[in-house]
Design a protein around this ligand. Structure first.
Ligand SMILES: [Zn+2]
Length: 153
């Protein structure tokens, strides 16, 4: 049974994530300036799949003077290094999250743009069964449900 994806599941992992992201920049030969460190910090801390402009404004609150293009270049390097994941949800700008989280799928609230994470053992199993019936095994999958609040809950 998987652990539920609570709001604070990444809280204790933040420092570790920052280190991984920092190592990735160094591997790519990029100097980790105070400004880039701020980008890594907000990225590791984010639990809401922020887009680049949102990361930009959060990072600027820590280290003023960061340009949006620095944010884009840093994100692109981190993505190439495989330490962050880019999500291109319909009708929205690309959003980012650390790559090394437990597998989960996403629901996108079409009215607010809010991204809700979920993982469902029945769906995971069903996907594997469907693939197996057709003679395949799943290497990777991505599921996005576009949703609207019903007024209940
Ligand atoms: Zn996610």
């Amino acid at each position: 049974m998987r652990a539920p994806h609570g709001q604070n599941r990444r809280m204790n992992d933040t420092r570790e994530h920052i280190e991984k992201l920092t190592d990735a920049l160094r591997r790519a030969g990029i100097r980790v300036t105070r400004q880039r460190a701020a980008i890594l910090e907000v990225l590791a801390d984010a639990q809401d799949h922020p887009d680049a402009p949102e990361l930009h404004s959060r990072a600027n609150a820590i280290a003023p003077g960061i340009s949006l293009s620095t944010v884009y270049r840093t994100l692109s390097t981190l993505e190439t290094q495989g330490v962050i994941q880019r999500h291109q949800f319909d009708g929205a700008s690309a959003r980012f999250e650390p790559a090394e989280t437990d597998h989960h799928d996403h629901m996108i609230d079409v009215e607010t743009g809010k991204v809700i994470e979920f993982c469902n053992d029945r769906i995971e199993k069903l996907q594997a069964e469907i693939a197996a019936e057709l003679g395949y095994e799943i290497v990777h999958h991505r599921m996005e449900l576009y949703v609207r609040k019903t007024g209940q809950g």
